[in-house]
Ligand binder design. Structure first.
Ligand code: ADP
Length: 328
């Protein structure tokens, strides 16, 4: 039998904020690790909204069977902007108390961790598990869902490249990344893009055109442009500019949108989610609270949520230089 050092008897778990592939694998690990510690586990449907509306359900081992490979979240997620108000937090806390919940695991992004921190300040032990396809969470090398999202983008780039080189085309692919260019940058490097536009590194339309033209002059059969949605230049504007300054390639555009969120989690994400979910329960039974479990090198490590929500994580611009270096 696994030993529980902190007198915790009953925990609750939610998936919150933007959904990410691997949330289900994390949920499964939380539930089954908790059961191994002889804890009762309650799942909260629809995140803080569901907590406020008392949507809690007791979960057993079989309830999380057959979900490790599923994208999205079986608990569902929701957004509740009012959760930043203390009165609303207190109402939610009252529901946790009503069900005699001793501690809470929140699987989600930066906003969800802010909500967890607020509940900690009101006296509820909490542990966070980072899940966000943007990889914008400080305190972990990778968040759950990032690897799957990169692979989804790469799959699209590879398919588009086949048709691009058959027709001597430039293809622009718009990815997610409103404030953070991590996904676009990684997809740009591993997809072999000629140009990548991210919020952290503004470039002009003239510069985009110059680089695409350079690819043509060097005899490339195609050019791939990756544009993060928050790069500061609209994809349509790039397409129009390149059409107006025509020099050889035909140009087409693909906006990936929500396909980047979905799909079965990759092996990396399943493993990461499983380790983090397990680690979160270990933290709780060891008496840790207000921490997020993260990947630090090859280890799982707990970091204070206070640090997570007060530090920015932005894309590493050394990778940007690498894209330029290799696109020759
Ligand atoms: P993510 O967790 O993916 O970053 P959001 O930023 O939308 O997604 O946050 C998810 C939910 O977390 C919000 O709908 C809200 O209920 C809660 N939340 C976000 N920010 C705060 C905050 N500052 N204080 C308390 N709760 C918050």
């Amino acid at each position: 039998m696994t030993e529980n050092n902190d007198g915790i008897k009953r925990i609750a778990v939610m998936t919150s904020g933007g959904d990410a592939p691997g949330m289900n694998a994390a949920l499964r690990a939380v539930v089954r690790t908790a059961l191994a510690y002889q804890l009762d586990v309650f799942g909260i449907h629809q995140a803080y909204y569901g907590l406020l509306h008392d949507r809690l359900e007791r979960l057993g081992a079989r309830d999380v069977g057959g979900i490790i490979q599923k994208g999205g979240t079986v608990l569902q997620t929701a957004r509740l902007p009012e959760f930043s108000q203390v009165e609303v937090q207190k109402e939610a806390l009252a529901n946790l108390r009503k069900h005699e919940i001793d501690a809470l695991v929140v699987i989600g992004g930066d906003g969800s961790l802010r909500g967890a921190h607020a509940l900690h300040l009101l006296g509820m032990p909490v542990v966070g598990v980072p899940a966000s396809i943007d990889n914008d969470i400080w305190g972990t090398n990778m968040a759950i869902g990032v690897d799957t999202a990169i692979n989804t983008i790469l799959d699209a780039i590879d398919k588009v490249r086949d048709t691009a080189s058959s027709h001597q085309r430039t293809f622009l692919i718009e990815t997610m990344g409103r404030d953070n260019g991590y996904l676009a940058l990684m997809a740009g490097i591993s997809g072999g893009a000629e140009v990548t536009l991210i919020p952290e590194h503004p470039v002009t339309l003239e510069e985009v055109q110059r680089r695409v033209q350079h690819a043509y002059v060097r005899g490339k059969s195609h050019a791939i442009i990756i544009n993060a949605e928050g790069s500061g230049i609209k994809s349509e504007d790039i397409v129009h500019y390149l059409k107006d300054h025509n020099f050889g390639y035909d140009i087409r555009m693909t906006i990936l949108g929500h396909v980047q969120r979905g799909g079965s989690p990759s092996g990396f994400d399943r493993l990461l989610a499983t380790r983090l979910g397990h680690g979160a329960v270990e933290c709780l039974v060891n008496g840790q609270t207000d921490v997020m479990v993260g990947l630090d090198g090859r280890r799982i490590r707990a970091v204070p949520i206070d640090d997570v929500i007060n530090n920015e994580r932005s894309a590493n611009l050394q990778y940007y230089a690498l894209i330029e270096l290799l696109a020759r």
